[in-house]
Design a protein around this ligand. Structure first.
Ligand code: FO1
Length: 303
């Protein structure tokens, strides 16, 4: 039997849960995740890739599930020292997490591309899903707000995403990382994870050649909105402020022709008639035990 190869476009928490669920359904070695890097930042000299790390930590069983980012059982000695020395520590880095950022930052400074560094980190953590940053180049997400334009993490963490988002922009001429386009072209199934379309999936779609590669494939998206609300994060408000309906239908409208199957939670079954390729299946993956089931349902919808 030929195993089914699946490629997933994803951001952090929602994305990592779908990747985990698909890995449970078809085997980790058959799953490739193309991950957003538009949220990446340099903080206290360290290069942090929050979405890559959320996927890594989820698959390695290390994620702080309650918070949805970082490592569980963390300590914060480094942060306390930095603060006592006058550093501004608005972005929280735990000691264990910092260990990973040190290794990544050193390798990048030595000239290794992010994709190579990520593959090595995955191997060290025993993660068998193939993780590809969407690009090895600098692609950064900025949001336009009434308080002016802010880089993603300043808006999201420092301002606690309180400012209404009036526009989103991806900066940088980013070419796809090695393997990204082939992973879209060669997979049996291509899935857009239930991640924020504007700030998690949008930056991946902005990478050169990705939209074209996708438009040659049948692509399925899993709704990040359940019953009119995001499982977590500011997506529902963003849909509204960016001119879309605050619903799964609003997300389907954003993707438009790019997507030919759209997985909706039973709570949103009423929208099915208005959405091209709508498939109703349970989409909640908070509980790790229910995840294999969601992965199987998504694949069933695609077959
Ligand atoms: N989110 C927060 O709300 N506050 C933080 O201090 C914070 C630190 C942080 C450190 C490492 C990391 O991988 C993620 C971190 N996040 C934090 C989450 C992150 O800002 C967002 O969840 C993602 O970028 C959105 O996908």
């Amino acid at each position: 039997v030929t195993p089914e190869k699946v490629t997933v476009l994803c951001g952090g928490l929602g994305g990592s849960r779908l990747v985990d669920s698909l890995a449970r359904a078809v085997g980790a070695e058959n799953v490739t995740a193309i991950v957003n890097v538009g949220d990446d930042l340099e903080f206290l000299g360290l290069r942090v890739s929050p979405d890559l790390d959320t996927v890594l930590y989820t698959l390695a069983g290390l994620l702080d599930e309650e918070r949805g980012w970082g490592v569980r059982d963390e300590t914060y000695s480094v942060r306390a020292t930095a603060e006592s020395l006058g550093a501004d520590t608005w972005f929280t880095l735990g000691d264990r997490d910092i260990g990973l950022h040190l290794v990544r930052t050193a390798a990048l400074r030595a000239g290794d591309p992010l994709s190579t560094v990520t593959a090595r980190l995955a191997e060290q953590l025993g993660v068998r899903v193939r993780l590809l940053p969407a690009t090895d180049e600098a692609l950064r997400t900025f949001v336009g707000t009434e308080a002016g334009e802010l880089d993603f993490q300043t808006w999201f963490v420092r301002h606690r995403h309180a400012d209404r988002v009036l526009g989103v922009e991806y900066r940088g001429e980013a070419r796809p990382a090695p393997g990204v386009l082939a992973a879209i072209e060669d997979a049996e199934h291509v899935v857009i994870a239930p991640s924020n379309p504007f700030v998690s999936v949008g930056p991946i779609l902005a990478v050169e050649g990705v939209r074209d590669a996708l438009s040659a494939r049948r692509v399925a998206a899993v709704s990040p909105i359940i019953g009119g609300e995001a499982v977590r994060g500011p997506l529902a408000d963003m849909l509204e402020s960016l001119g879309f309906e605050r619903s799964a239908r609003g997300v389907a409208e954003y993707y438009g022709d790019l997507v030919s199957a759209f997985v909706l939670d039973p709570a949103d079954a009423a929208f099915a008639a208005d959405i091209r390729g709508a498939v109703v299946a349970p989409a909640v993956m908070v509980d790790p035990r229910s995840r294999a089931e969601v992965g199987r349902a998504v694949l069933e919808a695609l077959r």
